[in-house]
Design a protein around this ligand. Structure first.
Ligand code: 9WN
Length: 436
């Protein structure tokens, strides 16, 4: 165990702790982000199981009446200019389902059940009072997570396809990935109210962040969602940006697998368990069906264009995350020169976009840099698939990376230069889980 790295990671979480919830990053992201807080809860579990459970409770306090867990639960005490778009710009009060607290109006991948299962495993291993705390938290959180998954399986999949529709690149969590270039290019920006970006002031070079043209489209999509009253039926029918996101859908499969085990643990009704297993199996088959034998990756579906999105990105390993039948091909592709086998890589950890993709840009956010949190997701999937050799190697490379680059938001894959925000909470959190 690397004590120095452990203490440094714990210090990052403590530094970003806002008291019951954790800022995603000290300055760039001073609020609670949905999928960040799930990874962060996994990290907290190794320091304090009660604190880990509080993280998820805080997030779910922002859950909407329709089950959606918003991608940002805002700190009401933060200055309006701390982050843009702010609550006023989201205008979620127009939505019937919005809670009585400031949140955004979109969601992010559902890592939460995975986090709960991991916290429960940590508590079980330690025994004692933490096990009872987990049981109490499960009684409270299980129905909320079930409602969240139900929202995704119904409102976000009106086609009953097993794949989740996203209405904004921010919902994918991989915002400016080239996966969204074509769909975004078709979005014609209308009468967009003026705005000022706040994100670019917090990074060394604005080229590490999405472009202004991308931000105009991001803000225009927010404007359209707000004007649609955040009504899923209207949005599904009219919104110009609709993508069946394979990675989001695969995370839901893994989360349903975890939720099914938690449901069994607390003795949830058999009907719940059958429902969850049905969502899992349908999702797994749907993700497998997105496998493209030419690229050897799973591909998103651009619903408005009616075509697959042929991009080589980490999202292509969705079938590995979902644990489906394409595992052997995907594990081979992950090791190939297009991903971990590219000998220019400083560490064999997955770049967000393959260097073999024409859109690859090694310093720009989701267009090439490696993200430790994504390495964790693939590592966890390899462990779940019984691919111990590949999992051990990925963990070792990832720990080398964070040991050198620190707890950066993302890392230049060839030079190892830390990019984006320093002291990013989820990078510290996954480090704790790797070290534990
Ligand atoms: C928009 C907080 C979030 C992550 C996302 C990452 C980035 C936000 C932004 O930061 O997105 O949601 O302002 O760029 O892309 O995955 O949840 O860490």
């Amino acid at each position: 165990m690397d004590e120095r790295l452990w203490s440094a990671a714990a210090a990052v979480l403590a530094g970003n702790d806002a008291g019951g919830w954790t800022r995603a990053a000290p300055r760039l992201y001073p609020h609670q982000w949905s999928w960040d807080s799930a990874f962060v809860a996994v990290g907290w579990a190794h320091l304090s199981v009660p604190r880990a459970l509080t993280e998820l409770r805080s997030l779910f306090a922002g859950q909407w009446a329709n089950g959606m867990v918003p991608h940002i639960v805002f700190d009401p005490a933060a200055a309006a200019e701390a982050y843009f778009p702010d609550p006023a710009r989201w205008g979620t009060r127009v939505a019937a389902a919005a809670p009585d607290r400031p949140t955004s109006g979109i969601c992010q991948p559902p890592v939460h059940a995975l986090a709960l299962a991991r916290i429960a495993a940590v508590a079980d291993a330690a025994g004692g009072a933490d096990v009872e705390r987990v049981e109490a938290a499960l009684a409270e959180l299980y129905p909320k997570v079930l409602a969240w998954h139900r929202y995704l399986a119904t409102e976000r999949d009106p086609q009953d396809s097993g794949l989740v529709s996203i209405y904004h690149p921010w919902e994918s969590g991989t915002d400016n990935s080239p996966r969204f270039d074509a769909a975004l290019a078709r979005v014609a920006v209308g009468d967009l109210p003026p705005y000022r970006r706040r994100d670019t002031g917090h990074v060394a070079d604005r080229a590490q962040r999405p472009s202004d043209a991308e931000y105009d489209r991001y803000l225009w999509l927010v404007e359209l969602l707000r004007r649609a009253g955040y009504d899923d039926g209207r949005i599904a029918a009219t919104h110009p940006f609709v993508v069946k996101d394979v990675l989001f859908s695969a995370i839901l499969v893994a989360a349903n697998d975890a939720l099914g085990r938690l449901a069994a643990r607390i003795g949830a009704p058999a009907a719940d368990r059958a429902l969850i297993a049905g969502w899992r199996d349908r999702g797994r088959a749907a993700v497998d069906a997105r496998y493209d034998p030419g690229l050897r990756l799973c591909l998103d579906l651009d619903v408005r264009a009616g075509s697959p999105v042929a991009v080589r990105s980490v999202a292509g390993f969705a079938g590995l995350v979902a644990g489906g039948d394409r595992l052997p091909e995907l594990v081979a592709e992950l090791a190939s020169p297009r991903f971990l086998g590219d000998d220019r890589l400083r560490w064999p950890v997955p770049p967000s976009t393959s260097p073999a993709d024409p859109a690859f840009a090694p310093r720009t956010y989701w267009r090439g840099p490696s993200w430790p949190v994504i390495s964790w997701l693939l590592w966890r999937s390899l462990v779940a698939a019984g691919r111990d050799g590949a999992a051990t190697a990925l963990r070792a490379a990832s720990l080398d990376q964070v040991g050198t680059a620190g707890f950066a938001e993302y890392v230049e894959p060839f030079t190892g230069e830390p990019l984006g925000s320093p002291n990013q909470s989820w990078t510290a959190a996954v480090t704790l889980d790797w070290l534990a």
